[in-house]
Design a binder for this molecule. Structure first.
Ligand code: 1GP
Length: 237
């Protein structure tokens, strides 16, 4: 699965606690995006997560669960992203909940389907930052050091710059993209327009679009082609 994920340029992240109509799910699944990530900071339950999975499964697009709630972990996804929040001051979000999740559900998870994300939360006003008590007031050197720690020490296959709810600092993105050698760079946060998506796609391996799908569906859908058409700069792989 990891090999396939490496080729992803664009993904939509849908929040299981925010229901979408069938027509809407069809539009995003058939948009040409590389994957649907089911994930949200609050309100993920076994019921709404399995409803999302069932709705997305009517289409051929891969569907991944980003595990944020112990009780919402359910079988049937193509992969499970496990966010390790590197700048969390609440240790439960670094390893505590993850260990509990694997204790409860490890038996049905195949190793190849479990994918770690070194997560760095950079919008201090986001619910993710509040929930994890993340130290989001980081300067460029701090963030670069986290990216190195994630890749070189933890050997995380993914490093995720998470600006959830706000458009991030492109200089930070560019710098981190030049630092990482092997890890796949995910960027998520505040992408509302195709122009923003193109700017991010220049430096990120994978562009994640979340809120925009609830706020301006047509603009959100346009991000797919723009990302696919943008050449990733700064790294030869
Ligand atoms: C959230 O990174 C994703 O986890 C996407 O962010 O919702 O701000 O697009 P937005």
């Amino acid at each position: 699965m990891l090999e396939e994920i490496k080729s992803w340029r664009h993904a939509f992240k849908i929040d299981p606690a925010r229901p979408l109509s069938e027509r809407w799910i069809a539009d995003i699944c058939e948009s040409g995006t590389d994957a649907i990530i089911v994930g949200g900071t609050e309100g993920a339950t076994i019921d709404n997560v399995t409803e999302c999975l069932a709705a997305v499964r009517r289409f051929s697009v891969p569907c991944v669960l980003e595990v944020t709630e112990l009780e919402s972990l359910s079988p049937g996804f193509d992969a499970y992203f496990i966010p390790v929040v590197l700048n969390a001051h609440n240790p439960a979000y670094i390893s505590g909940l993850h260990q509990q999740a694997l204790k409860a559900h490890g038996q049905f998870l195949k190793t190849a389907e479990v994918i770690g994300e070194g997560y760095c939360i950079l919008n201090r006003d986001s619910s993710a930052a509040r929930r994890t008590n993340a130290d989001a007031a980081l300067d460029l050197d701090d963030i670069v050091a986290f990216s190195r720690f994630s890749e070189s020490v933890l050997r995380m296959p993914i490093f995720y710059l998470e600006y959830s709810g706000t458009y991030g600092n492109v200089d930070v993105l560019k710098k981190v993209s030049q630092i990482l050698e092997e890890a796949q760079l995910f960027y998520g946060g505040g992408i509302q327009t195709p122009e923003q998506a193109a700017e991010i796609a220049t430096w990120a391996d994978t562009v994640i679009v979340g809120n925009a799908i609830y706020e301006d569906k047509e603009e959100a859908l346009k991000t797919v082609n723009v990302v696919k058409e943008t050449t990733r700069q700064g790294k030869l792989r």
